[in-house]
Design a protein around this ligand. Structure first.
Ligand SMILES: *[C@@H]1O[C@H](CO)[C@@H](O)[C@H](O)[C@H]1NC(C)=O
Ligand SMILES: *[C@@H]1O[C@H](CO)[C@@H](O)[C@H](O)[C@H]1NC(C)=O
Ligand SMILES: *[C@@H]1O[C@H](CO)[C@@H](O)[C@H](O)[C@H]1NC(C)=O
Ligand SMILES: *[C@@H]1O[C@H](CO)[C@@H](O)[C@H](O)[C@H]1NC(C)=O
Ligand SMILES: *[C@@H]1O[C@H](CO)[C@@H](O)[C@H](O)[C@H]1NC(C)=O
Length: 342
């Protein structure tokens, strides 16, 4: 109750004064992502109903760069700030913010002076420029590739980067788990070739992801980080043919393995779409998409491992596809002196 009364008293008191009151904003910053730059200047106690009674001036370094004369409804702009403008309709709500293209923007202390009939006031706002974190500290920031790298490097917080690395590494560890079961339980001369191929492809993938992680995590160099991210996300798709081949070597396609593979393909598509959107957009909004895609790729690896473990432990005598075991089986029969039943 009392604060309200106090506010009302204060309000009526202010309105009587010859001062315009401004929302307190000391500084704003823009980054390479801002296409337009808005320097805020909000008057809190505008009374007039007509812009004709208003006069707005923006000053940088003692030079007026923008003047709006309400009585003439005319804006005058310094040539080097050609894109600068204010919203005339916003003025009556007290909004005298200066908008300009980032190409015109210069860092510095801007003074916003507003006059409404006999009342006036001014406020100073500092416009700052921020390179994205860890980014472009060198000289060649104009390079588009550097900028793209900047964006990627600054989009992901350290925690997000860790997730981007953890999910693929987890998925690869799970793959090696399945590979272990495969070599222990389903080994035969026929499957040997496949196992060797899986070993080679698995090793290559592991190495690529480790290199990617080493490039991505430190994030000092934007191009390195971006390549690390690209390496991880693109190469992780190798897990899909690997998983397929593990299943085929072990027990072929079943009603469990097909959905597992489909889920993994979807996860990969999600991760790739996330990566593309991250490269194209200027804001980190698509990071979660990329990360959930990577998570969805890891999940089927876990399901695959559990399923394989389950099937393997349920089979006392492992019966891989018949052709795959013909030779050892024949050898077995011969050694036992059994007749060939074909
Ligand atoms: C730059 O863009 C960010 C995010 O869109 C925004 O919050 C910020 O106010 C902008 N900076 C300026 C000076 O316009
Ligand atoms: C404003 O003044 C500062 C130093 O006083 C100077 O570095 C800067 O270039 C000036 N900016 C413009 C746009 O004149
Ligand atoms: C001021 O001029 C602009 C165009 O320059 C126009 O859109 C606007 O309606 C005018 N406002 C007034 C109050 O005359
Ligand atoms: C605004 O005023 C300037 C000079 O004061 C004049 O050159 C310009 O034509 C005027 N613009 C409009 C839209 O009246
Ligand atoms: C703007 O003003 C502040 C405080 O007066 C000062 O610290 C800062 O260096 C100024 N910025 C520029 C770019 O002149």
């Amino acid at each position: 109750m009392w604060p309200l009364v106090a506010a009302l008293l204060l309000g009526s008191c202010c309105c009587g004064s010859a001062q315009l009151l401004f929302s307190e904003v000391r500084s704003v910053e823009y980054t390479p992502c801002n296409e337009t730059v808005v320097i805020p200047c909000i008057v809190r106690n505008v009374e007039t109903q007509s812009t004709e009674e208003m006069y707005v001036r923006w000053k940088l370094n003692k030079t007026y760069i923008f003047i709006y004369d309400g009585s003439k409804n005319n804006s005058t702009v310094e040539p080097s700030f050609a894109s600068a403008k204010i919203s005339v309709s916003g003025l009556l709500k007290g909004d005298a913010s200066l908008k300009m293209s980032k190409h015109n923007a210069v860092v510095g202390n801007y003074t916003c002076e507003v006059t409404e009939l006999s009342r006036e006031g001014k406020t100073v706002i500092e416009l700052k420029y921020r390179m994205d974190v860890n980014c472009c500290q060198g000289s060649d920031c104009s390079d588009e590739k550097e900028k793209g790298g900047c964006k990627l490097a600054s989009w992901f917080s350290p925690n997000e980067k860790i997730l981007i690395v953890i999910f693929p590494i987890l998925a690869i560890l799970l793959f090696w788990g399945k590979f272990g079961i495969l070599t222990l339980k389903y080994k035969s001369t026929r499957t040997n070739k496949r196992i060797i191929l899986l070993l080679i492809a698995g090793t290559v993938l592991t190495v690529i992801v480790i290199i990617g992680a080493i490039l991505l995590i430190p994030g000092e160099n934007p191009v390195k980080s971006a390549s690390g991210l690209g390496l991880i996300v693109i190469s992780i798709g190798i897990l899909i043919p690997l998983q397929y081949n593990v299943f085929m070597t072990a027990f072929g396609m079943t009603s469990f393995t097909v959905p597992i593979l489909i889920t993994q393909v979807l996860g990969y598509v999600l991760a790739l779409v996330g990566l593309c959107l991250c490269i194209m957009a200027c804001e980190p909004v698509h990071g979660p998409l990329l990360i959930s895609g990577l998570g969805i790729i890891a999940l089927p690896e876990l399901l695959g491992l559990v399923y394989m473990k389950f099937v393997a432990s349920n089979q006392r005598t492992i019966q891989p596809p018949r052709k795959a075991v013909e030779e050892p089986l024949n050898a077995f029969k011969e050694s036992k002196g059994m007749m060939n039943d074909e």
